[in-house]
Design a protein around this ligand. Sequence first.
Ligand code: AHM
Ligand code: MG
Length: 332
Amino acid sequence: DQSGLAYSVGTTLDRFIKSKQRDFPFASGELSQLLRDIALASKIVNRETNRAGLANIGGAFGQTNVQGEEQQKLDVIANIRFIRALSKGGEVCAIVSEEEDAVIDLQNKSGKYVIAIDPLDGSSNIDVNISIGTIFSIYRRKTPIGSPIQEEDIMQPGTEQVASGYVLYGSSTMLVYTTGFGVNGFTYEQSLGEFFLSHPNIQAPETGSIYSINEGTQNDWAPEIKMYLDACKEKKYAARYIGSLVADFHRNLLKGGIYIYPATKKNPNGKLRLMYEANALAFIAEQAGAVASDGNMRILEIQPKDLHQRTPLFIGSKEMVKEALSYARKTA
Ligand code: AHM
Ligand code: MG
């Protein structure tokens, strides 16, 4: 293939979603539509991300966009774009977003899905042209459709996710998602405006030789984390840390590795958020044969108590996470 895009003549995300609808024999196709809505919003965010550098050069794009909105920070723009797509789509009744203090109740009488989303993760990398991502979880509401949203619709553990995924705005843009039947990755072909299946049935290596952690905070860790890192160095593993969770997770998922965001003195429960960062990636990890833990239990089994609750995160190749956690047990 001369173009290097062997998949560009292959399966589009749309076709793939349609072909997978048979995984849900009783489903009406709303989840499929919802995934398409997310893909559309991610294309818009991709566009905004690509031109963010230019937009920051005073006046290059003018101060207002086509909607007449003032130029805003990319994370705010992403939040607006996703909420707009999810409200217009009609399948969603409520949204939990990193950018919003409270649950957004869409007052949508027919929506049966609840979304938790971090519209643009990796805030420290936005302004410096480094990979960033979108992370999303999809739940089915527990109470009857049309009735007022209740706490039980929102505060669901990760095991209840019907789908989750992420978009990586990297050297190319990718959408990776699962509906509980394995993990598939799609690469965005800009000139065609389509995502194409490029990474079918992703399987995480059982082990690897990459560790990803912000070592600058090591004096604030529990001793066992330091012990595990020492073991990694003993084995001459590679340190790789982008500081964008999606990018660090994605690399380790494909190559084999471990990502750790431990409890620190500053963040005694870790930094990452359970509902719209950890859960989505934990579901994908498990579906690809990797694992995710908070140090004591499976991320997916944590019962959320607070919308913006944080959790320590150990995620990645099975053997590596197992070894990391064994140090915690040794010192306990
Ligand atoms: P954000 O939601 O403010 O973007 O923070 C989340 C990010 C993750 O993407 C990344 O893994 C982590 O924070 C990096 O944190 P640190 O700079 O403390 O290493
Ligand atoms: Mg975030």
